[in-house]
Design a binder for this molecule. Structure first.
Ligand code: NAP
Ligand code: MG
Length: 501
C-alpha cells in the first residue's frame, strides 16, 4: 500500500493555516480485502412447506443473480396459488399444536433458531451480500447479528405473556401471511417471524424476487432446529405469488413490508375482510441539523443516514434540512467526507457502498436523479471509477433543492441526498412534516429541550437524536401516514400478533 499522501501539507498546524485535508480515493489505494467464507449456496432452491423442501407444483424456477457482477447464483422455485394453498394448509395443521404449546416450550425452538443462525453467521452474511449487493461489513455486522437478536428477544417474551398486556390474557391469531422486501432480506424475515412465532402463530412468508436465498437457507435452519413441520412455510416467487399470500382466506392476519404503492393494492384487496394488518411502507425522512450541532458527528450521521445499504433503507435520511448559518460548512464537510467513500465490490471488507440491488432499481435511481438535474438542483458526485460489470451508483448530493422537486418528495431508495435549508425551528418542522410519509426523522442539536420539542412535533414513527439508523429489537418501529401502521419490535410489535381475551 503506498504511504498515506497529504495534499499540500502545511509547515505547521499551529501556523494558523487550516489543517491538511486527507485525500483518499485516487491517492490512497487499498489492497483488496475480500471476504472468503463459503456461502454454501445450492444451485437450486425449492419451496419450504410442511418442514421439507418441495418442488413447486408448476415446475418453474427463476434466477437469482449477484448484482455486483450480474452472474447467476441459483435457481429459485416459483410458487403458484396451489403451492401457497399447500403452505397455508401446512400452517393451519401446525397451528393446532404450536398455538397451544406452553410459551416456555415455544421459546426453546426460537432460541435454537437464533443460536443456529449465529453458528452460521459468516456463511449467511456472505450469501446475503452476494444475493443483494450490500457491503459485507453491513451484512456481517448488522443484518445477521440483528436478525439473531430479534429471535433471542422474542424467545425471551414467549413465557412472559402475562406481562405483555397487564390485566389481560393474550392468544395467538392463527396463521399469518407475510411478504417482505429486498433491502434487508434476512432481517425483515426475522422481524416478521420472531414475534409471530413467539405469540404462537404459524406463518406463510414470501421473500422478494431478487433476494430469496437467505430466506430459503433459513429453511435449513428451521429444519435443523426441529421446529414442528408447518410452523414456518417459505414460498418464493414473484408476480401473483405475493397477492396469493396476502389474500388467502386462511390468513387471520397479513403483515407486509414494501412500497406504499403495493401496500395500497393489498389494503384495497382486503377491504371488507376481517384480517388484521400490519403495513410497513415507504419513507422520505428528514435529517435536521441545527447550528449548535456537533457538525463532524452530524456529517457522520448524515452519511450513515443516506448511504447505509446504498440508501435502500425505508427510514433513510434522504432529505437533509440544515440550519442556514451552518449550511455552507455542513455541505463542504459532507462533500469532503463523501469523496472518501469507497464504492465497489460488496464482498470487499473496505467497501462502503456496494451494488444497487437490481437493474430495475438502478434505472429508477438514474431517472429520479435526472429529474433533479432537470428541475434545477445542483448535483455533486465524487469522481472515481466504478466496476465495469454490475449495478453501481455514485453517492449523490443535491443542493439547492426545493420542496416541489421530485427528489424532495419521492422515495428514491438509492444513495441520493437532497439538501434544503431552514431558518427557524418551526420552518424545519413544517418542511420535515410536509410529506406523505412519516416513518423516521433525525435531529442534531446540543439542546435537550430542542430534541424534546422536535420529537413531539415531528410526525414520524421514530425520531433519532444526535444519531441515525439505530435499531433494537426492544424498540417498536413503524410509520405514520403513508408509511403504514402497526409496529414491529418491542411489546407493541408483539401485540400486533395477538388477540386480547
Ligand atoms: P415492493 O415492490 O412493494 O415489494 C415488496 C414485496 O411485495 C416483494 O416481496 C414483492 O414481490 C411483493 N409484492 C409485489 N406486488 C405485490 C402484490 N400485488 N401483492 C402482494 N405482494 C406483492 O417493495 P420493494 O421494492 O421490494 O421494497 C422497497 C420498499 O419497501 C420501499 O418503499 C421501502 O421504503 C419499503 N420498506 C419499508 C420498510 C418499513 O419497515 N417501513 C422496511 C423495508 C422496506 P416481488 O419481489 O416478487 O415483486
Ligand atoms: Mg439476487
Amino acid at each position: 500500500m503506498p504511504a498515506l499522501t497529504e495534499k499540500k501539507r502545511p509547515a505547521s498546524r499551529s501556523a494558523g493555516r487550516p489543517a491538511a485535508e486527507l485525500i483518499f480515493g485516487d491517492l490512497w489505494t487499498f489492497d483488496p480485502a475480500p471476504e472468503t467464507a463459503d456461502p454454501k449456496l445450492k444451485s437450486r432452491y425449492d419451496l419450504f412447506i410442511g418442514g421439507k423442501f418441495v418442488a413447486p407444483s408448476s415446475g418453474k424456477y427463476f434466477e437469482s443473480i449477484n448484482p455486483a457482477n450480474e452472474t447467476k447464483l441459483a435457481e429459485i422455485a416459483h410458487a403458484n396459488a396451489a403451492d401457497v394453498d399447500a403452505a397455508y394448509a401446512a400452517a393451519q395443521k401446525a397451528f393446532s399444536t404450536w398455538g397451544k404449546m406452553p410459551g416456555k416450550e415455544r421459546a426453546k425452538y426460537i432460541y435454537r433458531l437464533a443460536r443456529l443462525l449465529q453458528d452460521r453467521a459468516r456463511e449467511f452474511a456472505v450469501a446475503e451480500t452476494m444475493d443483494g449487493g450490500k457491503p459485507i461489513k453491513e451484512s456481517r455486522d448488522f443484518d445477521v447479528p440483528m436478525a439473531a437478536a430479534h429471535f433471542f428477544y422474542h424467545a425471551g417474551w414467549a413465557d412472559k405473556f402475562d406481562y405483555v398486556a397487564p390485566g389481560r390474557k393474550v392468544a395467538p391469531l392463527g396463521v399469518v401471511g407475510q411478504v417482505i422486501p429486498w433491502n434487508f432480506p434476512l432481517l425483515m424475515m426475522a422481524w416478521k417471524l420472531a414475534p409471530a412465532l413467539a405469540m404462537g402463530n404459524c406463518v406463510v412468508i414470501k421473500p422478494a424476487e431478487t433476494t430469496s436465498i437467505t430466506a430459503l437457507k433459513f429453511g435449513e435452519i428451521i429444519a435443523d432446529a426441529g421446529l414442528p413441520p408447518g410452523v414456518i412455510n417459505i414460498v418464493s416467487g414473484f408476480g401473483d405469488t405475493g397477492a396469493a399470500v396476502m389474500t388467502h382466506p386462511t390468513a387471520a392476519k397479513v403483515a407486509f413490508t414494501g412500497s406504499t404503492e403495493v401496500g395500497k393494492i393489498i389494503m384495497r384487496s382486503l377491504a371488507g375482510t376481517d384480517k388484521k394488518m400490519t403495513m410497513e411502507l415507504g419513507g422520505k425522512a428528514a435529517n435536521i441539523v441545527f447550528d449548535d450541532a456537533p457538525l463532524d458527528q452530524a456529517v457522520e450521521g448524515i452519511v450513515n443516514g443516506i448511504f447505509f445499504n446504498q440508501g435502500h433503507v425505508c427510514c433513510a435520511g434522504s432529505r437533509l434540512l440544515v440550519h442556514e448559518p451552518v449550511a455552507a460548512a455542513v455541505l463542504a464537510k459532507l462533500k469532503a467526507r463523501v469523496r472518501t467513500l469507497r464504492v465497489g465490490d460488496p464482498l470487499d471488507k473496505n467497501t462502503d457502498i456496494g451494488a444497487i440491488n437490481s437493474r430495475e432499481q438502478l434505472d429508477k435511481i438514474t431517472e429520479l436523479v435526472a429529474s433533479g438535474v432537470k428541475d434545477g438542483a445542483d448535483l455533486f458526485q465524487p469522481a472515481g471509477k466504478l466496476p465495469g460489470k454490475g449495478y453501481y451508483y455514485r453517492p449523490t448530493i443535491f443542493s439547492n433543492v426545493t420542496m416541489s422537486h421530485r427528489i424532495a418528495r419521492e422515495e428514491i431508495f438509492g444513495p441520493v441526498l437532497s439538501v434544503m435549508t431552514f431558518r427557524t425551528l418551526d420552518e424545519a418542522v413544517e418542511k420535515a412534516n410536509n410529506t406523505a410519509y412519516g416513518l423516521s426523522a433525525g435531529v442534531w442539536t446540543d439542546k435537550g429541550s430542542r430534541i424534546l420539542k422536535m420529537s413531539t412535533e415531528l410526525k414520524a414513527g421514530v425520531v433519532w437524536a444526535n444519531t441515525y439508523n439505530k435499531f433494537d429489537p426492544t424498540s417498536p418501529f413503524g410509520g405514520y401516514k403513508e408509511s403504514g401502521f402497526g409496529r414491529e419490535g418491542g411489546r407493541q410489535g408483539l401485540l400486533d400478533y395477538a388477540k386480547l381475551i
